[in-house]
Design a protein around this ligand. Structure first.
Ligand SMILES: [Zn+2]
Length: 217
């Protein structure tokens, strides 16, 4: 196994455990992947596994254009279509994380947009571009993949109606942080809405976050 691939498998396993420990996924729900840099391949979670039981060798390598399995003994995630869509349409995306985190799912069902507010964004500055809301698509379908592609044409996270959230990043660690902060943002907004109207950060601040190198503090 090449070093790059081995390294990615180990990093995916670590991120999977973090998602589990954070409570952002439960049961066999949620999926993650990483692009193998400089190739048309990505490494993705197998279907039917909990995030806490994954071992590096369980992940599957698929072709991002044909979706065919190139390596692996398990079935790839049923959401392989939207992971591969993101790698095809966004050359800057190196990692994709999909969760069923609770508050993000609540907002996705209500169809209420997340407001870019609070210092949550300092740690996930790309979310200052806003969190999209994809059109509804059934799980595992090309329609869902296509709807997510539209919602994430320029953004780094989106709510998936009746389902959960998706976040992308330059690598799987950044996608994980974005997914976690989407949930933090949703929880914060839910609580703010109990006592008042959520206010976005000033436009200039949001712009400075987008242009900044924050996030690694
Ligand atoms: Zn899902």
């Amino acid at each position: 196994m090449e070093d790059v691939e081995k390294n990615l498998r180990e990093r995916l396993t670590k991120v999977a455990q973090c998602l589990w420990d954070d409570g952002l996924v439960s049961g066999t729900a949620g999926n993650i992947s990483a692009r193998i840099p400089g190739t048309n391949k990505c490494i993705i979670k197998p279907s039917g596994f909990t995030m806490c039981e994954l071992k590096p060798e369980d992940f599957i390598i698929v072709d991002i254009y044909t979706l065919s399995v190139l390596e692996g003994k398990h079935k790839p995630s049923i959401e392989t279509p939207f992971h591969t869509t993101m790698y095809r349409i966004r050359s800057d995306v190196g990692g994709v994380v999909h969760t069923h985190s609770h508050y993000a799912t609540v907002f996705s069902i209500a169809g209420v947009e997340l407001i870019p507010m609070g210092m949550v964004l300092y740690f996930a500055p790309k979310l200052a571009k806003g969190v999209g809301i994809a059109k509804y698509g059934d799980p595992g379908t090309e329609q869902l993949a296509s709807n997510i592609g539209v919602a994430l044409e320029t953004k780094y996270a989106a709510l998936m109606p009746h389902h959960g959230a998706i976040a992308v990043g330059k690598d799987v660690e950044e996608a994980y942080v974005n997914a976690k902060m989407v949930e933090e943002l949703a929880k914060l907004q839910y609580e703010v809405m109990q006592i008042g109207k959520p206010q976005p950060l000033p436009e200039e601040t949001l712009k400075s976050f987008i242009d900044s190198k924050h996030g690694k503090v």
